[in-house]
Design a protein around this ligand. Structure first.
Ligand code: M6R
Length: 607
């Protein structure tokens, strides 16, 4: 969480820093700040609240002028969101911005206290600034190396030293950091979208590497002060990928980008009608013997894993356990050689998912990462890797990343079922043809269900609580629908297996508890409809998202969103879309900040 940026060049950089931070606000938006060398002196400006507050403050009080500086947008961990806890933090000789958590900050603070150092904030970051200051011996590089040896936890740091006004320093340990390379100007950033307006070329910093940037040069050192030569990467998106492009919010833009994202992810991996995942390190030979599969992830990515479980078990007949990463890593999982652990993550940096990956490897399991962010930690550490090609997802609420995660789960399930000899090539070709047809159907759903979703949202805005229900794959999807709605509308919502309601939860049903039922599975139709009737007859307002060819008694529901019919197994990819739209419009109508819901951040790099 938190986003950091830095600039060394010839422009007046306050605006560049704030602009770059605006692309990282998804990482946190409790406060923002910048530090810029102005006439050789470090000038800091910071403000509690979203970046807009910093902009306003600088308009009112004046912004620092200079060509070298660092910036930060915060998701508070240590110390409440406030001006004083905002980054940058300084000691006498050094000023820093930080993303991550310093786990041993208490001991370090005690040590610095004993040396008479005074602190103004409650943050772990100020401890790092003061420790750098304490060890500062005139050599920034030596000081950084000495300091990071003392730090436990995760950090990406942007650092400026008062005596070196032409340069910025950066170092990372666990938390992500890139170094953008421009023409006569160089950058640091927590993520690629921050620099796309200025350059598409960047280096990915590795663990404990230290970058030194002036306007003309980037040097990267390892922790032993040896120069490192690195591959220059080029982002395959342009600036517009990280802009709203005429949409009111990133979320609705990203919902509309789903057909393209699926095409980009799936098409190159299908040859002659069959999945081909060789470029991802996956062949029939190396997957056919897996006896157990574990899917480990967080939030929406975990929900994609739940859909994957149904599909893999059905097609390949391999048992799949789906775990929340923060639970998996602490429950002594029975995982080892012969098992496959699949880690799904949009950012590729989620702390618990990364730890689960490392745990799985240490236990002898093979690992497969399904990741959107190129070069992220999870992508780099897994044995096998399938990139999703959703492009940058900026809205905190995940939509297009989810849909491509689903598409990869399908591809992998088809491949595994073939490798295990559970399906014929002919059957597989039918399945891949259906999968390739999904983007066009989603285009249609986006047109046909938009107004209906808007209308239904008007019926939900004053609810205090609601339920999502479904059976089988529809239940797996309900979980995602419920999460989407609650995280951006702030209406309490739960998902329930429809058949489980009468074991307790049905007592909550009144005319004040709307129920959204997902009904897309032919073999479960009658059973789900019975459960819908049970809640309807107890007063609930019922909304159904169902296949258009299903005949359902009109008395069983109040509102219905129809989606085209296709193979039952693929229906979650279609039904996800109206659920996203309903969540989106409910949030808009309630006047919420859709892309930046309260208390959340996009990239969760703390436990
Ligand atoms: O980057 P990841 O996919 O690992 O993130 C996992 C969750 O934090 C994420 O899916 C979260 O639940 C969504 N942003 C919710 O929409």
């Amino acid at each position: 969480m938190c986003g950091i940026v830095g600039y060394a060049g010839s422009r007046d950089c306050s605006d560049v820093l704030v602009d770059a931070l605006s692309k990282l606000e998804y990482r946190g938006y409790d406060s923002a700040g910048i530090a810029v060398f102005e006439n050789g002196e470090i000038k800091v400006s910071k403000a509690q609240g979203k970046l807009e507050m910093l902009r306003k403050k600088m308009e009112a009080e004046g912004k620092p002028h200079g060509c070298v500086g660092i910036g930060h947008t915060r998701w508070a961990t240590h110390g409440e969101p406030s001006d004083v806890n905002s980054h940058p933090h300084s000691g006498a000789d050094v000023t820093i911005v930080h993303n991550g958590i310093i786990e041993n900050y208490r001991e370090l603070k005690d040590f610095l206290d004993s040396k008479g150092v005074e602190f103004v904030s409650e943050t772990d970051t100020e401890v790092v600034a003061q420790l750098l200051n304490y060890y500062y011996d005139g050599s920034p590089l030596d000081t950084i190396i000495k300091t990071i040896r003392e730090l436990e936890g995760s950090f990406a740091l942007g650092i400026i030293f008062a005596a070196f006004p032409d340069r910025i320093y950066a170092v990372r340990h666990e938390s992500p950091l890139i170094v953008g390379v421009g023409d006569g100007e160089n950058y640091i950033a927590s993520d690629v979208p921050a620099i796309l307006k200025y350059t598409r070329d960047y280096y990915l910093l590795d663990h404990d590497e230290i970058a030194v940037l002036t306007k003309d040069e980037v040097r990267i050192y390892d922790e032993h002060k040896e120069l490192v030569s690195k591959e220059l990467m080029t982002a395959d998106w342009d600036e517009s990928a990280a802009e709203k492009g005429g949409y009111e919010h990133f979320m609705i833009k990203e919902i509309h980008e789903q057909p393209n994202a699926i095409n980009m992810t799936v098409k190159p991996r299908i040859r002659d009608g069959l999945p081909n995942l060789e470029e991802c390190g996956i062949t029939h030979e190396n997957i056919k013997d897996f006896k157990n599969i574990f899917v480990v992830a967080c939030g929406t990515a975990m929900h994609a894993g739940l859909v994957g479980k149904y599909v893999i078990e059905k097609l390949a007949r391999v048992p799949v356990t789906v775990d929340i990463a923060s639970e998996f890593r602490y429950r002594s999982p029975i995982v080892g050689e012969g098992d496959l652990v699949i880690i799904i993550s949009q950012s590729g940096e989620t702390a618990d998912s990364l730890a689960a990956l490392r745990l799985a490897k240490s236990l002898g399991a093979k690992t497969l990462a399904i990741v959107n962010a190129k070069g992220s930690s999870i992508a780099r550490e897994a044995d096998m890797l399938i990139y999703t090609h959703a492009g940058p997802e900026i809205a905190v609420a995940s939509t297009k990343a989810y849909i491509v995660q689903l598409s990869v789960m399908y591809l992998f399930a088809f491949e595994l079922a073939l490798a295990k000899g559970r399906i014929t090539e002919e059957k597989c070709r039918k399945l891949t043809a259906s999968l390739l047809g999904v983007p066009d159907i989603i285009e249609k759903i986006l047109k046909s269900s938009l107004e209906k979703s808007q209308y239904i949202s008007t019926k939900l805005i004053s609810a205090d609580s609601l339920l999502y229900i479904g059976r089988g794959l529809d239940y797996a999807l309900s979980m995602e629908g419920s999460l989407k709605l609650k995280e951006i509308s702030y209406i309490h919502s739960e998902s329930y297996a429809a058949g489980e309601l009468k074991h307790g939860t049905i007592s909550l049903i009144t005319d004040e508890m709307p129920v959204i039922a997902v009904v897309t599975q032919s073999d479960l139709l009658e059973k789900t409809v019975s459960n819908i009737v049970e809640v309807k007859s107890r007063g609930a307002m019922v909304i159904i998202i169902s296949r258009e060819d299903f005949t359902i008694d009109e008395k069983a529901y109040d509102f219905r969103i129809d989606i085209p019919a296709m193979d039952d197994m693929l229906m979650p990819m279609l039904a996800a879309v109206p659920m996203q739209l309903v969540a989106y419009y409910t949030s808009v109508l309630r006047g919420n900040d859709v892309d930046k819901p309260r208390n959340l951040a996009k990239s969760v790099t703390v436990e």
